[in-house]
Design a protein around this ligand. Sequence first.
Ligand SMILES: Cc1cc2nc3c(=O)[nH]c(=O)nc-3n(C[C@H](O)[C@H](O)[C@H](O)COP(=O)(O)OP(=O)(O)OC[C@H]3O[C@@H](n4cnc5c(N)ncnc54)[C@H](O)[C@@H]3O)c2cc1C
Length: 295
Amino acid sequence: MKDIVFEKNVSLKEYTTFKVGGPAKYFFAAKNKDELASALQLAKEKKLDVFVFGGGSNLLMSDKGFKGLVVKIEISGMEFSDSKAVVGGGVCLSKFANAVGKNGFTGFEWAIGIPQATVGGAVYGNAQAFGFRISDNIELVEVFDRKTFKLKTFSKEQCKFTLKNSAFKKNKNLIVISVVFNLQKGNEAEIKENVAKFLKHRKQSHPLNFPSAGSVFVNPEKKGQVTPAGFLIEKAGLKGKKIGNAQISEKHANFIINLGGAKAKDVLALIRLAQKKVKENSKINLETEIQQIGF
Ligand SMILES: Cc1cc2nc3c(=O)[nH]c(=O)nc-3n(C[C@H](O)[C@H](O)[C@H](O)COP(=O)(O)OP(=O)(O)OC[C@H]3O[C@@H](n4cnc5c(N)ncnc54)[C@H](O)[C@@H]3O)c2cc1C
């Protein structure tokens, strides 16, 4: 076990794309598995609650912050072979997606432009866009089980991927350390064309000028039919609704934006309002996609 030191009272706001939330009592950035194991061992000895995160692009931190240890996964590494890539859980998803294209492979163009997200965070929530899911290309996922302190390798089947869900979301003890992806060779011009098309779409439909955490709600699925949550929120008359300095985006109703200095409690109030109104209006329960900590 390595000797490690936790930072104290670290503002978590700076580590999230939402720019909302209070401090972590203890904070540690793990650069490899050994550091991760040592940090978790120390937290166990100190009887601290632990929260693990990656890029902070899908998080709502409470205004009170988190009283235990927050571990940021910064495990790097990216290796390409003929038809595969092995990537660290802390690698930026967008950078990896760019590298996939540069190495002549296709299938990750959809992930370019998602800010700050890590490969581990994307696997946890089965990130997706434009009809592609990260699970499409997964062969193996290496995890650290913080209950047993053992490393395990999950086959794609064992990952139990469904819409915005995985075995890692269901069992929070499992921390994604690295991922093996299967890759297919692509045509350079087509890859470039796809990237440009998807980036244009993001720019046109997402409120990228304000801090946010991406889609707030999972698009509800019934009998294989997916309804965009943004459509339901708009139908409930909530597009543009403000509470404090948080607002349901005028551009895309499944985004809540921080107009500057928004509080987590304001974001939460908008989440609850959207859930209530959509339930009344469309008889559908909206489930949050963004992960809430410290509430
Ligand atoms: C502008 C914008 C656009 C976005 N567009 C998309 C999009 O097109 N498609 C999409 O799917 N999402 C999108 N998102 C949401 C977000 O980027 C994804 O959900 C992303 O996969 C989250 O990764 P992260 O590393 O930031 O996770 P975090 O926000 O750090 O954490 C999210 C959850 O993942 C868990 N987690 C993180 N790392 C690990 C790990 N190594 N092991 C186990 N659990 C872990 C955390 O505990 C937490 O519960 C967007 C967000 C923004 C701000």
